[in-house]
Design a binder for this molecule. Structure first.
Ligand SMILES: Nc1nc2c(ncn2[C@@H]2O[C@H](COP(=O)(O)OP(=O)(O)O)[C@@H](O)[C@H]2O)c(=O)[nH]1
Ligand SMILES: [Mg+2]
Length: 467
């Protein structure tokens, strides 16, 4: 009798196991945004929330992630990466930075990284008690600068050069160093053989111009690897510049112009196409993090530059006929989630304005994404909330204020946040909004990371995959 029961148990186990495996699901999500936009903070907080899924208070902490209770989620954890050649996202280091003896924001990382999570939830479709399924979430963190590079797939060396020539000229007032760049460009002899020192000088001057663009909040920074080289630091692939001098119609074999052209082609092939093939085209879903505070800090040039960049960036999501590669590796993106990051820098009362600003910033460029049948969702997010918002009576009126929760620090009201992306809003924001460099929130080792709206994000990302 005893042994028979055991056999039956084993059998059930095997059957359940087999069925579970059949029903397991996987989703690959790309997380992108420009550097310092909040990708690392977001991934740290997301992984932390998932790893705390077995805690009793998860449902209460994530009230708008209704699927947590509805689908009977009971566990979440990190599992081994899919692609062992891609650097693993350093979750533990990032968490430790927040809870260590001298807490600090996670140290910025560059380039691509991956982390794979497993979420276990009840399988109510089977009549086997305790049956469960797993959802694997593969998260890929990659710089928005690399994504922008995909625009180069559509541009010949001549077109790329023309684009950059226009940019440098357009930005001369903001970045006078462009003069040097143009002068250097004009001095290059297209039909002579390349001179290593001259070429290096031109490259250095172009890279420093790109860096200055970035420092001023401009986002049209291509080729992206020139400022975020990842593992390509010092590689000859990065030794070219756009042709900023007179247009060249024909250049002989082995000439400088031809060398530049060939290196540009090599960059497209080895760097851009590769990223497209090995990472981008495998993603099901995209989270795009946008630091609206940063975007509002610039001037008129930044305003137009950001608009232009978003157009170019989002074009990559709507597949169709924009380039040869999309025809070969048609991406399967079904949803793009836009999040305005660092929302804890405004009061709750102002967060609807932040959301509306995000929508007005993104939606003109996102129209083509929506037209391709890809769902777009918007939210405001504080991945690692460094403030708490509360209400108090101030000069006879109920007012919302922010506090870092640190001893000796006074509460403050940062002011109104503009609801529309416009030049006037930019000026107003710069004059009146109180910007503070916030330390990370005080946390003890093992504490869940405080976040705002991460539950909405989880729901946007996962709800249809859990049903
Ligand atoms: N207040 C606040 N600051 C944040 C938040 N997320 C990121 N930051 C700040 O933005 C900086 C850059 O974020 P990070 O995640 O490293 O950006 P990444 O370059 O996109 O990975 C951090 O060092 C923090 O100072 C957030 O949720 N709230
Ligand atoms: Mg990062």
């Amino acid at each position: 009798m005893f042994s028979l029961e055991r056999i039956f148990d084993d059998l059930t186990d095997t059957v359940t196991e087999g069925v579970n495996r059949l029903l397991d699901r996987e989703i690959r999500i790309g997380v992108t945004g420009f550097s310092r936009g909040g990708k690392t903070a977001f991934l740290t907080s997301l992984v932390n929330a998932v790893c705390n899924f077995d805690r009793q208070d998860s449902a209460a902490r994530l009230p708008r992630f209704a699927e947590y209770e509805r689908e009977g989620i009971f566990y979440g954890g990190v599992v081994a990466n899919h692609d062992l050649s891609v650097p693993a996202f350093p979750y533990q280091e990032c968490y430790d930075a927040l809870v260590g003896v001298s807490p600090h924001w996670p140290v910025p990382t560059e380039g691509l990284s991956e982390i794979r999570l497993e979420v276990k939830f009840a399988d109510r479709r089977l009549l086997v008690p305790g049956a469960h399924r797993s959802l694997y979430i593969d998260l890929w963190d990659y710089p928005g600068e690399w994504l922008l590079d995909l625009m180069l797939l559509d541009l010949s060396y001549e077109q790329f050069s023309a684009l950059m020539r226009t940019q440098v000229q357009k930005l001369l007032k903001l970045i006078p160093a462009g003069e040097t760049l143009l002068a250097l460009g004009a001095a290059l002899k297209p039909d002579k053989s390349p001179h290593p020192r001259e070429l290096r000088q031109a490259v250095e001057s172009y890279v420093s111009w790109l860096r200055e663009c970035k420092a001023r909040g401009l986002t049209m920074v291509v080729p992206g690897r020139f400022v975020l080289p990842g593992n390509l630091q010092g590689a000859p692939l990065l030794e070219f510049v756009p042709w900023l001098g007179q247009k060249v119609s024909r250049a002989p074999q082995g000439s400088l112009y031809q060398t530049l052209q060939q290196r540009y082609e090599a960059y497209r092939r080895e760097v851009v196409e590769r990223f497209y093939r090995e990472c981008f085209s495998a993603l099901d879903r995209q989270v795009v993090l946008i630091d609206c505070f940063q975007a509002l800090r610039g001037g008129e040039e930044v305003f137009h530059n950001v608009n232009e960049t978003l157009q170019a960036l989002l074009k990559n999501f709507s597949y169709g006929d924009n380039n040869l590669l999309t025809r070969i590796f048609s991406p399967r993106i079904d949803k793009v989630i836009f999040a305005a990051t660092k929302a804890d820098q405004v009061t709750f009362a102002e967060q609807p304005h932040l959301l509306s600003l995000l929508q007005s910033l993104v939606s003109p460029a996102a129209r083509q994404v929506a037209a391709a049948g890809i769902k777009c969702e918007y939210l405001v997010l504080a991945a690692i909330a460094a403030t708490r918002c509360f209400e108090l009576e101030y000069q006879g009126r109920l007012t919302q204020v922010l506090s870092t929760g640190r001893e000796g620090e006074k509460w403050y009201n940062p002011g109104e946040f503009p609801a529309q992306w416009s030049l006037e809003a930019m000026e107003h924001f710069q004059r009146f909004f109180l910007h503070k460099e916030l330390p990370p929130p005080p946390l003890g080792d093992g504490d869940p990371i405080p976040a705002q709206n991460l539950d909405i994000m989880l729901s946007y990302m996962l709800r249809d995959k859990l049903a």
